[in-house]
Design a protein around this ligand. Structure first.
Ligand SMILES: [Zn+2]
Length: 453
């Protein structure tokens, strides 16, 4: 039901902001530099996206790599102007494919889903393939064809994607393998970069949905970074171009998510791909998709990724990024605190044979946007904590129960930090008059307690 609602909202959106914002924060640096207006094409492309660009079949963000290729492969055929070559195999033998499009002189390398559970940009790349292939006469597509050659390494950690996990099948974080290159996935990306020598690189990820934008209460929807190429974090001509492109992206996103855009920490990491790609002289842009509340499958973020990428690529094709004020990148708030997922506030803990106690309970989810796979993070007086969602449990009892399959000697001992979150909110301490249940997962049919009778 929530998904239907989200999709309806999306299809109705033109330039209506995707989030309602009480007040747009004015950053210090922003005061010194005027935000460029959104691109003239934004409104038209937004509507076209909803009608004829969004690719069907990617509504669940935990797709398999084989499914992604079934959906996206037919959109990137030779007849539509794409070339495909295999550039390696994953640890488990899944093909790693390089897709190329365009005839222009500015070479751009884009890679997605290096972390297998970070799929937002992969969905947007399928949409981009459709846009490029099915709308060849669109003015933006013509500009991109003439100005750029786009090289893609999509879903580059397919074994991780198959499990919807961060690391590859060997348990290695590919984004800490850019120097050692022990994984075939890292070698494929590295080899492609060495061979193509792109001018620009796009490192496409998802970040923790609990991350706040700066010290605000707002969750970061998208974080940007022009990675440093050295420990001193200097800005040379190549990094300056990446910063300008990040500002072009911000100009596209600002009408939708002003105040929800942040900047990733630019500490140089000598094992990470973004940093080493920047060090190789490629103007590199990291796009991290975070979360938007009410967008459990990241479909709004997928659209924003598509629009952001088109904005960035068009700026590269035309050179329109030149001279965009760096202050609009530097003035972005940094990624701030990470809020846990769920805070149950002010309930009365009722464990058989123990004294009752007024407590707060903090829960983190394995799948935060879907509220699935809950684990107890803390129990007690958590009055100073904030969470992405808070449930007022005053007047209710917190009644733990045992997860299915709990061995006899562990029964009722499972309500503790780092244990699976299984409890009911009930009007009585025995847990008979239940208003809400957390059985690892929140029941999507009854996400909120109904306290009134
Ligand atoms: Zn990542």
């Amino acid at each position: 039901m929530r998904r239907t609602l989200a999709l309806c909202l999306l299809s109705a959106a033109s330039l209506v902001p995707l989030l309602s914002i009480a007040s747009s924060p004015a950053d210090k640096a922003d005061a010194a530099a005027a935000m460029p207006p959104p691109p003239a094409w934004l409104s038209e492309l937004d509507a076209l996206y909803d009608a004829r660009i969004r690719v069907a079949g990617l509504e669940d963000r935990a797709f398999s790599p084989e499914h992604w290729w079934d959906v996206a492969g037919p959109l990137a055929t030779e007849a539509r102007g794409f070339d495909t070559e295999q550039v390696g195999r994953s640890v488990e033998g899944r093909p790693l494919r390089h897709i190329s499009w365009g005839q222009g002189g500015k070479r751009v390398l884009l890679w997605s889903q290096m972390h297998g559970d970070e799929s937002t940009a992969s969905m947007a790349l399928a949409d981009l393939f459709r846009f490029l292939g099915e709308h060849p006469d669109h003015p933006i597509v013509q500009r991109l064809r003439q100005g750029t050659t786009l090289d893609f390494l999509p879903v580059m950690n397919p074994d991780g994607a198959a499990r919807f996990q961060r690391r590859n099948a060997q348990g290695i974080d590919i984004n800490r393998d850019a120097r050692a290159l022990v994984t075939p996935e890292a070698r494929a990306l590295h080899g492609l970069r060495e061979r193509l020598k792109p001018a620009f690189g796009f490192n496409l990820h998802d970040q923790n949905v609990g991350t706040r934008a700066g010290d605000s209460d707002r969750g970061t929807a998208i974080a940007l970074l022009a990675p440093a190429y050295n420990e001193a974090r200097e800005v040379n001509a190549s990094r300056a171009r990446a910063i300008e492109v990040a500002v072009a992206i911000r100009a596209v996103l600002e009408p939708y998510i002003a105040g929800y855009i942040a900047k990733w920490d630019d500490t140089f990491n000598p094992r990470a791909f973004g940093d080493l790609t920047a060090k190789a002289g490629v103007s590199t842009i990291l796009i991290e998709s975070g979360g938007i509340e009410g967008d459990p499958q990241k479909q709004r973020l997928r659209k924003l990724n598509f629009l952001a990428l088109v904005g960035a690529l068009d700026a590269i094709a035309t050179g329109s990024h030149a001279g965009l004020p760096r202050a609009l990148y530097e003035g972005l708030p940094e990624n701030g605190k990470v809020w846990p997922d769920l805070l149950i506030r002010g309930g009365t803990l009722a464990l058989p044979g123990q004294p009752q106690a007024k407590v707060d309970v903090l829960v983190d989810f394995e799948r935060p946007l879907l509220e699935r796979g809950g684990t107890i993070a803390d129990i007690g007086d958590l009055g100073d904590r904030r969470a992405r969602r808070t449930i007022d449990a005053s007047g209710l009892y917190i009644v733990p129960f045992d997860p299915p399959g709990t061995p006899a000697d562990r029964k009722r001992k499972t309500f503790a930090p780092d244990r699976p979150a299984y409890f009911r909110l009930s009007r009585d301490p025995q847990g008979r008059d239940v208003v809400w249940t957390l059985a690892g997962d929140v029941d999507p049919v009854k996400p909120n307690p109904v306290k009134g009778r």
